[in-house]
Design a protein around this ligand. Sequence first.
Ligand code: NAP
Length: 247
Amino acid sequence: MSNRVALVTGGIGGIGTAICHKLADQGLAVVANHLPAEQELAESWQQTERDKGYEFALAAGNVADFADSRDMVQKVEAEVGPVDVLVNCAGITRDKSFRKMEPEQWRAVIETNLFSVFNVTKQVVEGMTSRGWGRIINISSVNGQQGQFGQTNYSAAKAGAHGFTMALARETAAKGVTVNTVSPGYVETAMTASMGEEILAQIVATVPMGRLGRPDEVAACVAFLASEDAAYITGTDLSVNGGFRMG
Ligand code: NAP
């Protein structure tokens, strides 16, 4: 896998960081995307990772915005190289019951979690098909598979991401480019920490494994799908949820 370049959107977040680690461990040059407003935080993250022995490039860009995504990928390709592996991992929640949900909460989640998948994939897919090799991995969620109270926006975006996976997988299958989804259950990151201990305890009580997932457990699945060994897997939705949802 050496000389290949991976771009991880939301790469400095909880699951994104673990994905950067696993892909670098596989020998890829890894670029972590972050929001432009988070430049200082991203540079401090980069230094922390350097201290651990990881050399990650940074790419500022708001993936909810098409022009920003285009400019970001152009810069990555000029400075690091063509993107061979894209992990669409950036995501947000704006939970509200549907009755109370405002258009802004709907729009923010759909634009960040679903438009982003179009915005960034659009920049890399032609290069991948023309080179005859590529991996696109979309991070969805168990709540896109089964829905969740208070998450009509998030569940719609995450289910949409897998619809995108299946359709694009058909378009690129014969050209050496696989497209897959990874759907985590509840994972220990800032996103779940913000839910509060009581709600998390209630959720954990319903997980057959009796615990939250770890970011590295999600990242291991992403790294496998990005590898040569996963060449015959496309259009799939790999669940990583401790048995929370089966089938
Ligand atoms: P996280 O730590 O909050 O990471 C998400 C990252 O995406 C953050 O660094 C965030 O930046 C960034 N981001 C948000 N909007 C962006 C934009 N427009 N452009 C570029 N970057 C943007 O959350 P996480 O738990 O690692 O989640 C990673 C992915 O896994 C998400 O897609 C999430 O939906 C999915 N997921 C998470 C869980 C879970 O239990 N944690 C379960 C299922 C699926 P800011 O921090 O500045 O917003």
